[in-house]
Design a protein. Structure first.
Lengths: 972, 473
């Protein structure tokens, strides 16, 4: 049986109908064109969109809102009004053309109205015999033969045959190939999310072998950054985040799943396996840890933690979320629409929805997490990720080597060194605070008001209940190996506290605490490094020194603290001199200590990742009336596919019902018409800017039709034929001539193919958020390339979390050092406050599945690229590179900068502009060297003191301008 | 010019009626934002040109403010009849406890010609009672803060739909090309309890183009994120950098001809203008003393509700379409007698001052002011009946709000609740109805303001909502 798409008349008579094709393509987005007498209409192309849009609402799949018992979405239904012999046809025509508002269809109060063109089409279609077709996406793809193209050089593989044939019919030719520099830049971003280095560009420019392009593509596909790039897209689809969402929105650990995704792409795990493991890895025989971690795909949903919620309500939401995400990502269907009632447009009944829902409704979960960081909902798994496993064995090797090195050395015991951090003053950069009982500030008092041990003053607080003062944001204090934190405290004899606590702001925020006295302050986990018991309160009425072993409160050697809080429950307490005391060790011993600590942390903190599992016996699933969790109907359903898609069989002879494994296996079977199509469409979108179906989340009747239906089917069948080989599919797309076209826009393009739906040129669009940031880090040499591991918190404007977090939920605690410069996919994603710079650049909040980001061009984009410290620092470091790495004059430096940022050589005009700007900028900074010095302080990386800071500043401006140009921030 | 050709090719009407071509298309998004700036619109012939929405986050108690229940004096301490709970949801916080009816400790009096009943907690608002339209019969669906605020903002309890401000920005565009169409400002309540989170998604664009998302103006740091130049970059230096990047962009445009490049130049220029226009707008030091007398001296302290009310008026003058204030701290589960007056102290004078100020400037008629929280509170006390420390749990079935100006009838109290303010007995106003009525005042038919996403035409009011004609002036 042929695919209905193959029956589209436009391909039956290419010579006559090409012009119409173009018109049609343009028309799909705005209005339906009038019918032309001679043309042959196709139900799927010409008629279903009209019926779906204007009629299905009352005469469609939804049985409840169906009027007059008439449905127009099925062949039988339609036959009842369209058979050419009966009176029904007359009735239909009469109703759609009726002048009487009480008679005409659609009724005026529906808000819908048929246009004259639509009416004409319906009439013509009826005259032509009213042929019906099943919706195209529900029929299996059939592999077409690529159209013959004669005498055209633009054809490099079958992709081009489809594209060129369509273009020719529209009277267009493919665009000329882009120049090699543009090409390597384009493909490097597309495959790795990073810019090519000038060396990469040179190598390609100099490679005159016929296989030069293929070599570049293969090199990039094999690079570890490929997995990161692919994962970034998948994280949007899988609504991955590092926090639970909803109101408390605390930290969760799902990054081992994220690392699994990176690794799966880098190993080129076939997409069918990739699918099966994520949907049902836990149900595979002898499932490995990695296969179980993979099921985290369906645990990335938000989880509630608000006090008053009813768990069942959110458990239902969770299951619905799985249905919606799985259906959108793997089927391109909006099943969620059938939660409350039958689907309005697609043949999915409410029963179908709950059958599908039943597949995901059998997880032993609470759908509620506690008010603790890293808390996980059941089911969960403590697992070293693939990458951690590598890290562990690597560390073990290093430790063995370090032990050997140490044995070679003589150890000398050195006296301990005390570093006072707080005495009369707070450390530099500290933001002091005071809250709870007592003064709402950090209050120092002199000897007139309190006994003083050291210096001139002490901090003091009288508190009713819990009270504290402290500071955060100070310049970091590094904790060497073998450190104790110390403080001096004086408890008032007449008004002693019930409890005192020290809190340190370190790698895990404020989750480093030690306490004395009665266990009244409930922060942290009792008995752990976040709430470490130290014994009874010290004596009152005198100064007492308290010491806390840094490692015991989770401050491993090399970690840094930026804040300290003195906390008490009731009473009057004074605090004096505080800091750290450590015993110096030889570098070799320190190194060993550090490595051991790192290994210990790694092993201790093996992440607890949420996974899927099955409940036994099964949780029954009822259709929920109007989708309400508390209104289950009496109708019980069994796990199954929506009827229109087919039937699942139990995945194992012992199993009575279908389960997630049945679904997973069906998804990648030949019975499923959708997954291969939906997947190649997304890969196409990645390479060409928009999908062949421009609604990647909706292949249903309200989605857009494919611009190149035969090509879509050819690719889908090719994908399956290749063994679901993602790399091979990308290689195919990227080695096409279509991909290699120039993106230049001509008047002809604007006239005939303004939206580039015919692929008459290469797509041009602003790079996604992650690439913009990674590009800046890359060209400035700041980028940290290590793969995987916990997410990091780079710069963001202060105070953003404060509007969102409350109670004892940790505040934003910025990371330092290398963690500031990791690739953006490792940026900590807090759902309620996504990374602001990425969000402004259209990154989603990750609260729900996103298969296509918007690409906006707003003033905020410009503000981020100009003023975000990340980009300012990158511009400065890039300027330093130019001054350091390029010997010569301004022109040579400017040429180099232009090359690094755009990959190409500047033309004369550009060079003049840049040189004039350097000179101008230099004069400004020479006149105001203080401004130059201020610029050096943006960002935490130290500036190169060997260089003149006015020169760095002058070139920074040029770099900032370059990093802002449309050429640099666009995929050209 | 090419960009003009493209612009005329895709009219706003076509976009509004059929936008399933993928909102991700770059040129399209630019066109949308350009249209927004130009104010091209198919709507907007209502009396209101803009909305100032004073959101009281945490849910103020109707019993202590607008819904006087004298019967509770005699019923105080009795147990709420069980029939009230049949089929009703209760939060996990009070589901298990005894439901003892609790009176309000505050006095109510009639105010103005309209004889509006307002409690002693709100003397300033009482003085403008004849400008208010008090609704005592509000209803919502959700019973916990997150879903309830989300529902109010987007018409749906789960995250992901566009917020009302985004819808209005999308439907009406902006009147000012130097400012966003939808601005949000947040203030802390004086009750200083841990208050509910307010996240960016509450003013998010959902599936609408992101140009329509609310932009938060902040009281400390940059008023708009990343607005200030970095240390060491003067405004003159920034001008130079922009000139260079614009010149390079122009070169690039000449080579490739993408209209998007020209749009980028325009947006960079707008950003540069915002660097001046926004701080100017946020600087209220030039306002005369009599204005501060209206809003109260707190209006001099950045970040307070009072200061935000004054800024709201300044934004309204500048043509910002939807200005939303959030005041936190209204969640009085306990210690209501201590905390509610503090909250009222925060909002009473500034809210009344805003109305008076708008009226004096002749702007009230074209500015719809809306005040209210995300749900109401229970007639029974949470915990015990200690009248010094009592509090109330969440209650979605009825609560009070008020509106003023912008085509709404003034001097009216609408709707009745039963003796327990548990159920609405007359003229219910659902959140959907409030949305529909608000849009109506702006000249927008809530059934026509749609956006096609994932195959469906979405509306702020979903498939519900009706304009409450009786509320209209």
């Amino acid at each position: 049986m042929n695919s209905p798409l193959r029956n589209l008349p436009l391909r039956k008579s290419p010579d006559r109908s090409w012009h119409r094709v173009t018109l049609f393509l343009l028309a799909t987005c705005s209005v339906i064109r009038p019918a032309q007498a001679a043309e042959e209409l196709s139900f799927n192309r010409d008629i279903r969109p009209i019926l779906s849009e204007k009629c299905f609402h009352c005469h469609g799949p939804d049985s409840v809102s169906r009027e007059a018992d008439l449905r127009l979405d099925t062949e039988t239904g339609l036959r009842s009004v369209t058979t050419a012999d009966g009176t029904n046809v007359a009735e239909l025509l009469r109703r759609i053309t009726h002048q009487d508002p009480d008679q005409v269809m659609p009724p005026p109060d529906s808000g819908w109205e048929l246009t004259a063109a639509e009416m004409e089409r319906l009439q013509l279609w009826i005259r032509q015999g009213a042929a019906w077709q099943q919706h195209w996406a529900f029929l299996p793809p059939v592999r077409p033969t690529p159209p013959e193209i004669s005498g055209v050089v633009h054809v490099r593989n079958p992709v081009d045959q489809f594209i060129v044939a369509r273009l020719a019919a529209a009277g267009l030719k493919p665009a000329a190939p882009a120049d090699r520099t543009t090409l390597i830049r384009r493909v490097t971003f597309d495959l790795t999310g990073l810019p090519p280095t000038p060396a990469d560009v040179d190598a390609f420019l100099q490679d005159d072998s016929p296989q030069a392009w293929e070599r570049v593509v293969d090199r990039l596909l094999a690079s570890p950054q490929y997995g990161e790039r692919m994962a970034t897209i998948w994280l949007d689809a899988a609504r991955y985040a590092d926090s639970h969402g909803y109101s408390l929105d605390r930290r969760r650990v799902m990054w081992p799943w994220r690392d699994w995704v990176i690794s799966a792409f880098n190993q080129n795990l076939p997409f069918d396996q990739f699918t099966v493991e994520q949907i049902a890895g836990d149900l595979l025989p002898d499932a490995t840890i990695a296969q179980q971690v993979a099921t985290g795909f369906n645990r990335n949903h938000p989880i509630q933690s608000e006090g008053g919620v009813i768990d069942e309500e959110y458990r239902v939401e969770t299951v619905v979320d799985r249905v919606e995400t799985t259906a959108a990502v793997f089927l391109g269907l909006t099943l969620g629409c059938a939660r409350c009632h039958d689907h309005k447009y697609d043949p999915v009944s409410q029963k179908d929805f709950y059958q599908f829902y039943a597949l995901f409704n059998n997880v032993p979960e609470t759908a509620h997490v506690g008010n603790r960081d890293n808390d996980a909902d059941k089911p969960m798994l403590q697992a070293a990720s693939v990458l951690q496993q590598t890290q562990i064995s690597h560390l073990q090797e290093l430790i063995t080597a370090a032990e050997a090195a140490l044995q070679q050395q003589q150890t000398v015991q050195l006296p301990p060194v005390e570093t006072v951090w707080i005495d009369d003053e707070l450390p530099a950069g500290a933001n002091a605070f005071g809250n709870g009982g007592g003064p709402q500030e950090f209050r120092f008092v002199g000897s007139d008001a309190a006994p003083v041990l050291s210096g001139k003053r002490v901090s003091q607080r009288a508190s009713d209940g819990r009270g504290q003062h402290g500071f955060e944001g100070a310049q970091p204090l590094t904790i060497p190996a073998g450190t104790k934190l110390f403080t001096w405290v004086y408890l008032d004899s007449d008004n002693p506290p019930q409890e005192i606590m020290l809190q340190f702001n370190g790698p895990n925020g404020w989750e480093h605490r030690a306490w004395w006295g009665k266990n009244l302050i409930e922060w942290g986990t009792d008995g752990s490094s976040s709430r470490l018991p130290m014994g009874p309160l010290p004596d009152t009425g005198k100064w007492v020194r308290l010491e806390v072993d840094a490692a015991a409160v989770g401050l491993t050697p090399g970690s840094q603290i930026t804040g300290w809080a003195f906390t008490q429950y009731d009473g009057l307490v004074r605090w004096d001199k505080s800091g750290i005391v450590s015993t110096p060790v030889s570098p070799a011993a320190a190194r060993l200590h550090e490595l051991r600590a790192e290994l210990q942390t790694l092993q201790q903190d093996l992440p607890t990742v949420m996974v899927m599992a099955e409940l036994s016996p099964r949780r029954p699933t009822h259709i929920l009336t109007r989708g309400q969790y508390d209104q289950p109907s009496s109708v019980e359903v069994q796990p199954q596919l929506p009827e229109v898609l087919g039937v699942l069989t139990p995945s194992h002879p012992d199993r009575q019902h279908a389960d997630r494994l049945s679904l997973a296996q069906w998804l990648v079977s030949e019975q499923n018409p959708l997954t291969a199509r939906v997947t190649v469409n997304r890969l196409w979108q990645m390479c060409f800017g928009a999908g062949l179906v421009s609604t990647p989340e909706d292949f249903g009747s309200q989605g857009t039709l494919p611009t190149h239906p035969e090509l879509l089917d050819w690719l889908a069948t090719e994908f399956v034929r290749s063994g679901w080989d993602t790399r091979a599919m990308l290689r195919l797309l990227l080695t096409s001539a279509t991909y290699r076209q120039s993106s230049e826009i001509t008047q002809e393009h604007l006239a005939v193919d303004p939206r580039n739906q015919l692929l008459s040129r290469s797509a041009r669009f602003r790079l996604p958020a992650e690439m913009l940031r990674d590009n800046a880090l890359s060209v400035s040499d700041l980028l940290e390339s290590r793969i995987g591991g916990p997410s990091v918190l780079p710069y963001q404007p202060p105070g953003l979390w404060d509007d969102v977090v409350y109670g004892n939920v940790p505040r934003f605690q910025q990371d330092h050092g290398w963690k500031l410069y990791r690739r953006s996919l490792y940026t900590y994603w807090k759902r309620s406050v996504p990374p602001p710079n990425l969000q402004i650049l259209d990154a989603p909040s990750r609260e729900a599945c996103v298969l296509q980001r918007s690409r906006t061009n707003t003033p905020l984009t410009s503000l981020v690229l100009m003023n975000d410290p990340t980009f300012v620092e990158a511009a400065r470091c890039l300027a330093e590179r130019a001054l350091r790495e390029v010997t010569g004059d301004d022109e040579q430096r400017v040429r180099w900068l232009f090359r690094v940022t755009t990959s190409r050589v500047p033309n004369d005009r550009e060079l003049q502009l840049l040189l004039a700007a350097v000179q101008h900028s230099r004069e400004r900074y020479l006149a105001d060297p203080q401004a130059a010095e201020q610029l050096m302080t943006v960002g935490e990386s130290a500036w190169d003191q060997q260089l003149e800071c006015t020169e760095i500043a002058a070139f920074s401006s040029i770099c900032s301008a370059l990093l802002n140009t449309d050429e640099v921030i666009s995929r050209n | 010019m090419i960009s003009n050709e493209l612009q005329t090719a895709i009219t706003r009407r076509a976009l509004l009626s059929q936008s399933g071509c993928g909102i991700g298309a770059t040129a399209l998004s630019t066109l949308l934002s350009d249209n927004r700036v130009q104010g091209a619109t198919m709507f907007g012939t209502g009396p209101a040109k803009r909305v100032i929405y004073l959101f009281q986050s945490g849910a103020p108690s109707q019993f202590e403010l607008f819904d006087h229940k004298p019967k509770l004096e005699e019923l105080h301490g009795t147990e709420l009849p069980a029939e009230f709970f049949e089929g009703q949801r209760q939060t996990g916080m009070t589901a298990a406890q005894k439901k003892q009816v609790c009176r309000s400790i505050y006095q109510f009096r009639n105010h103005g010609d309209s004889a509006a009943e307002i409690s002693e907690n709100l003397p300033h608002l009482a003085s403008v009672a004849d400008d208010l339209c008090i609704i005592r019969s509000m209803q919502t669906q959700a019973i916990n803060h997150d879903p309830a605020i989300t529902f109010f903002q987007t018409g749906f309890q789960q995250a992901g739909r566009p917020s009302m401000g985004a819808w209005i920005s999308y439907g009406l565009g902006s009147e000012n090309s130097d400012l966003p169409a939808y601005v949000v400002m947040i203030s802390e309540g004086s009750a200083k309890r841990d208050s509910q989170a307010l996240y960016d998604r509450l003013w998010g664009n959902g599936f609408l183009p992101s140009a329509h998302q609310g932009v938060k103006f902040r009281a400390s740091g940059d008023p708009v994120l990343y607005l200030s130049n970095p240390a060491g970059v003067s405004s003159a230096q920034r001008r130079d950098i922009l000139d260079l990047s614009n010149a390079l962009n122009q070169q690039h445009y000449d080579r490739l001809g993408d209209p998007e490049t020209l749009a980028r130049i325009r947006q960079a220029e707008l950003a540069f203008r915002m660097q001046t226009s926004v701080p100017d707008l946020m600087d209220t030091s030039g306002e005369p003393q009599h204005v501060f007398d209206l809003y109260g001296e707190n209006a001099r302290i950045p970040g307070t509700y009072a200061a935000n009310c004054l800024l709201a008026r300044r934004l309204a003058e500048q043509g910002v379409r939807f200005i939303q204030l959030y005041h936190r701290g209204w969640d009085q589960h306990g210690d209501l007698p201590r905390d509610l007056p503090l909250q009222c102290g925060d909002i009473d004078q500034p809210s009344a001052g805003l109305i008076t100020d708008l009226k004096q400037r002749g702007m009230l008629e074209e500015t719809l002011v809306i005040w209210g929280g995300e749900f109401g509170r229970t007639v029974y006390a949470q915990g015990g009946l200690n009248m010094e420390r009592y509090g109330r749990d969440h209650h979605p079935r009825c609560f009070s709000m008020w509106m003023a100006g912008g085509g709404i009838r003034n001097g009216m109290t609408w709707g009745q609740t039963d003796d327990f303010s548990f159920n609405v007995v007359e003229n219910p106003v659902h959140v959907y109805d409030l949305h529909a009525t608000m849009l109506h005042c702006l000249g927008v038919d809530h059934e026509r303001l749609t956006f096609k996403f994932q195959g469906r035409h979405y509306r702020l009011t979903d498939v519900h909502g009706r304009v409450i004609e009786e509320l209209l002036a």
